[in-house]
Each structure stands twice: as C-alpha cells, then as structure tokens.
Design a protein around this ligand. Sequence first.
Ligand code: THU
Length: 135
Amino acid sequence: MKTMDEKTVNWLVETAKKARERAYAPYSNFPVGAAVLTGSGKIYSGCNIEAASSGATCCAERTAIYKAVSEGDTDIKAVCCIADTETPVAPCGICRQVIREWGADIQVIMANLKGDTEVVKITDLLPLAFTSDDM
Ligand code: THU
C-alpha cells in the first residue's frame, strides 16, 4: 500500500474511536482504541485491557492485531490508534515491535479525538528493528 486514501483513514479512525469506548482502563483512566486493516479488506478493532497486575495489560493496538492474527488474517496493511491526547497518540515500543513483526510496509495512523491524524510507516517509528532476519 503506497498511500492511504482519506476514506480508508476515516474508516480506521472511526472504528478505533468506537473501540476506545470499550476500553477497560480503570487504573490509568487512559482509554485507547485501535483498528487494523488487512489485505482481505477487513477491519479488526481493539481497545486497551488493563489488569490489577499492570504487566498483564494489553494495549489497544496489540488487542486488534491479535484478533486479526488469531482469525488467520495476517496480511496487515495498516494499524490505527486513537486517544484523547493533545497530538496524535503514538504506539508504545512493545506495540511497534509487534506491528513490525507483520511487515515493514505497514502504515500506522496515529489519531486523537480532536480529529488530528498522522500517517507514518512502521519502519519510521521503529528503525533498525530486530526481526526474524537477524536470527
Ligand atoms: N496504551 C495503549 O493501549 N496504546 C498505546 O499506544 C499507548 C498505551 C494503553 C496501555 C495502558 O492501558 C494505558 O494506555 C496507559 O499506558
């Protein structure tokens, strides 16, 4: 996917925004929503799911990616994340690594509730990544 058309970006952002409403974030009070687009044209949504033992928390992006992968839909083209932030929210380091697992050309759409968006390639967010090629 060379560039993301506006309609697809909006679809991902709106899906992620709805998923954010299902976030389980009683500890951080920082709900996040995500959406994953695959080559089959399907979108998988996700939200952050926290746990009293904080290391067990799953970010919204990983929830959505794991939903797609567990359905056998591994051709990930784009990942969108949204939160109520001043500037478009950026995926955490662990999520960057998990996104990179599924391709170097994946587009990451960062968004906030104000309607700001920024689209970057995963390799721009995680340059010089450790991948299966290094093993
Ligand atoms: N979080 C996400 O879901 N995605 C991100 O990209 C940043 C952080 C979640 C994890 C935790 O539930 C809360 O936001 C605060 O860190």
